[in-house]
Design a protein around this ligand. Structure first.
Ligand SMILES: Nc1ncnc2c1ncn2[C@@H]1O[C@H](COP(=O)(O)OP(=O)(O)OP(=O)(O)O)[C@@H](O)[C@H]1O
Ligand SMILES: [Mg+2]
Length: 334
């Protein structure tokens, strides 16, 4: 007799239209039961419009009917909120004391490194007024969904991405919202988006210690934060502010990352500290957390960000950084 696990495996291959992630990874299969050669499958209708539901019903029925020992199959739908369906193992927010130090870049680099290693990853762009994640990934399509939820689009490497930029009529439209509205939008990105099963949800924060980071820390069950800085920062003071905020909110700091740390001369490979001496050790000490990586200034990186092809970037510094991140994040949840 066929088992539930085997049935689940066969459903793994069914990609949900509008998401291109599998039914199983979106955690939409709620129940599987057998009786006298008949299989009954219950799917959640979350974020699925009626056309998609119809398509899935036909597809799931024929897939399950083809399994050995199954004579007939019945598929029905149950309502559920994305919040009830989402199973996210770790949520990590990326923050900084000041703007422009490379939070979005670091968020994206962690995302693609984890996706390359086979982890299921999503990025929640919480920078409502200055979103840059979709641009780096070259994504501009409007997310699919229904009145019960939104399906985040997938990047080329399969990273789920949700950003206000994808919902605005025109990508260049400025969002001029006040604190409470921004906070509401961020909680909606957490509660109304069907993330499904994820190993990591990375939250790209706007700079500083204002409303939006506060909302994220208060309303999302964070595993911890990563603090990004650059050697340009005049003092450890800005980082300390971010550290203090995390500590006040009782959120652990997984590690710190120095961006624009150095530049490798193209001909000799000599390491030049363009923006001054590295502050890595000092900042790690201030944060009481490990220095996870030092990312060089790389013109190729800037170019790929502008072209929407950040996923093509790979370097030793990024690989090492991803290893350190995984190690620190695993320690954090023990
Ligand atoms: N290490 C780097 N090498 C080359 N270019 C970089 C590097 N880090 C950042 N940049 C460039 O600087 C720009 C700003 O980076 P990013 O958007 O990640 O900063 P941010 O901290 O998220 O900014 P904001 O505070 O506005 O959210 C990016 O468009 C990217 O092209
Ligand atoms: Mg940013």
């Amino acid at each position: 007799m066929i088992t539930k696990e085997q049935t689940m495996e066969s459903l793994e291959a069914i990609l949900v239209p509008g998401s291109m992630r599998s039914l199983v990874k979106l955690n939409l299969v709620r129940n599987i039961a057998f009786s006298n050669g008949k299989a009954s499958i219950t799917l959640a209708s979350t974020a699925l419009n009626s056309k998609t539901q119809g398509w899935l019903k036909t597809k799931v029925t024929s897939t399950v009917k083809a399994l050995p020992g199954i004579e007939s199959a019945e598929v029905d739908f149950t309502e559920a909120k994305p919040k009830e369906i989402n199973e996210v193992k770790r949520i990590v927010a990326i923050m900084s004391g000041k703007g422009g130090v490379g939070k979005s870049l670091v968020t994206s680099l962690i995302g693609i490194s984890l996706a390359r290693r086979g982890y299921e990853v999503g990025i929640l762009d919480a920078d409502i007024t200055g979103p840059s994640i979709p641009r780096m990934f070259g994504i501009s399509e409007r997310p699919a969904g229904s009145e019960t939820g939104i399906l985040p689009p997938l990047s080329r490497l399969g990273v789920e991405i949700m950003s206000i930029n994808l919902l605005l009529p025109n990508e260049d439209d400025a969002v001029i919202w006040r604190g409470p509205l921004i906070g509401k939008m961020i909680t909606q990105f957490w509660e109304d988006v069907l993330w499904g099963k994820l190993d990591y949800l990375l939250v790209d924060l706007p700079p500083g210690t204002a409303d939006a980071p506060l909302t994220v820390m208060q309303s999302l069950p964070l595993s911890g934060v990563i603090i990004v800085f650059s050697p340009q920062e005049l003092a450890a003071m800005v980082v300390r502010k971010a550290v203090q905020m995390a500590q006040k909110m009782n959120i652990s700091i997984i590690g710190v990352v120095e961006n624009m740390s150095y530049f490798l001369l193209p001909d000799s490979g000599k390491r030049v500290e363009l923006f001054g001496k590295s502050k890595g050790t000092e900042m790690a000490k201030a944060a009481g957390a490990p220095l996870l990586g030092q990312i060089p200034i790389d013109p190729l990186l800037a170019q790929l960000c502008d072209e929407g092809h950040i996923e093509r970037y790979d370097s030793e510094a990024v690989t090492n950084f991803a290893d350190a991140f995984l190690k620190a994040a695993a320690n954090e949840s023990e």
